[in-house]
Design a protein around this ligand. Structure first.
Ligand code: ZN
Length: 331
C-alpha cells in the first residue's frame, strides 16, 4: 500500500547556526543537550539521506512530505530572514531531487516579511515543485489571522495548496502564566507535547474561523496535526457557544467552517479514542496519515494505521488518497 506521511521534519544545522542564539532562547527553544522526555532528535532531523530512507522502508512508508522543525526563518527579520528561508527551501529541493519518489516538500517562509513570504511560497510551488507551506505556530506572538499575514493566506488560496499549521512553543506571557511554578521539568513539558502546543494550535485554527479569515478565503485549505489538536472533542461545544455570534459575524457556523476547510493528520497520536472522535466529526475524507518523524516512531504509526477499524478503501484514503488529492502529489 502506498503510504504518504506529511508532518515529517528536517533541519539544516548550518542554517540554524546563522540564527541569533538570543532569538532562539526568547522563542523558548531548549538549549543544546536539553531533554524533553526524550533526547531531541538532532541527528535524525539533519539526515535527508540513507538513514531516513531506511527507517521509512522498515515501516513501508512511501513518501515523506518534509518541513522545517525547530528554529527557522520566522525568527529572522528582513532580508536575512528572506535569504534564510530560500536556503532552507533550496536544501530541501536538493534532497527531493535526489529522491523524487520518496521526498516531497512544504515551503518554509520568512514570516516576518509576509509579501516576500508569499512570493517565496509561489517560487517553492512553481520552481521547486513543493506542495504547500508549513507554519510553526505564532510569529512574533501573532497568529495567521493577523492582517499582516493576509498576503500569505491569499497566495496559498490562489495556488490551491494547503497551509499546515504546526504547533510552536507558546508565547512568553502564556508560558509564564500557565506553565511556570511546577515541579521539575513539568512546566516545560506542559508548554509542549503534553498540552501547550496542542491547545495553542487549536486556538490558532479557531482564530482563523472567528476572525472571518476563512470566510474571506473560502477555498483556503488548512491542515492541522495531532488528530485535530483536540478540536474533534470540542467541536459541538464550540459550535453551540458561538452560534449566536456566528450569525452576526460569519457566513457559516464555526463547525461548518472547520469541516469545510480543515484537514487533520494522525501525527504523534496513535490511540483509538482520538481517532474515533476525528472520524465521527471531520469524517474519513479529512484524515491523513502522518508520523511526526523523527519525534514519533514510523513503526508505531504504521502499526496504528494497520489497526484502524475502517474498510480497505477508507484505510487507503487515510494512507495516501486524501493527501494525494489535497496536495496534487505525483502518484
Ligand atoms: Zn511535528
Amino acid at each position: 500500500m502506498r503510504i504518504v506521511a506529511l508532518e515529517e521534519h528536517f533541519t539544516v544545522p548550518r542554517i540554524v547556526a546563522g540564527i541569533a542564539p538570543d532569538a532562539i532562547a526568547r522563542r523558548g527553544f531548549p538549549g543544546p543537550g536539553v531533554v524533553w522526555g526524550q533526547t531531541i532528535k538532532r541527528n535524525e532531523l539533519a539526515d535527508l539521506g540513507d538513514a531516513r530512507l531506511a527507517d521509512m522502508d522498515a515501516s513501508g512508508i512511501t513518501v515523506q512530505v518534509l518541513s522545517v522543525a525547530g528554529p527557522g526563518a520566522d525568527l529572522v527579520p528582513g532580508q536575512p530572514g528572506i535569504a534564510m528561508a530560500r536556503a532552507y527551501n533550496d536544501a530541501l529541493a536538493e534532497a527531493c531531487a535526489r529522491h523524487p519518489d520518496r521526498y516531497r516538500g512544504f515551503a518554509h517562509l520568512p514570516m516576518l516579511a509576509p509579501e516576500a513570504a508569499a512570493d517565496e511560497l509561489q517560487r517553492c510551488v512553481e520552481d521547486l515543485g513543493f506542495h504547500g507551506v508549513l507554519v510553526n505556530g505564532a510569529t512574533d506572538g501573532r497568529f495567521l489571522d493577523d492582517p499582516m499575514f493576509e498576503p500569505i493566506l491569499a497566495r496559498a488560496e490562489a495556488l490551491d495548496l494547503p497551509i499546515y499549521i504546526h504547533p510552536g512553543i507558546p508565547v512568553h506571557p502564556v508560558r509564564d502564566a500557565y506553565y511556570s511554578n511546577l515541579p521539575g521539568n513539568f512546566g516545560f513539558i506542559m508548554t509542549q507535547a503534553a498540552w501547550g502546543w496542542h491547545a495553542e494550535t487549536a486556538i490558532h485554527t479557531l482564530r482563523l474561523v472567528l476572525s472571518g479569515a476563512l470566510d474571506r478565503h473560502p477555498r483556503l485549505k488548512i491542515v492541522i496535526g495531532h488528530m485535530g489538536e483536540a478540536l474533534p472533542f470540542m467541536l459541538d461545544r464550540i459550535d453551540e457557544t458561538t452560534a449566536n455570534e456566528a450569525k452576526s459575524h460569519l457566513s457559516r457556523t464555526v463547525k461548518q467552517t472547520l469541516v469545510d476547510q480543515v484537514w487533520l493528520t494522525t501525527s504523534g497520536f496513535f490511540t483509538m479514542v482520538p481517532f474515533m472522535a476525528a472520524l465521527m466529526t471531520f469524517g474519513v475524507d479529512r484524515i491523513l496519515f502522518s508520523v511526526d518523524y523523527p519525534f514519533a516512531s514510523n513503526a508505531r504509526a504504521r502499526a496504528f494505521l494497520d489497526a484502524l477499524p475502517v474498510s480497505t478503501a477508507d484505510r487507503a484514503k487515510i494512507a495516501h488518497g486524501n493527501a494525494d488529492r489535497l496536495m496534487r502529489l505525483p502518484v
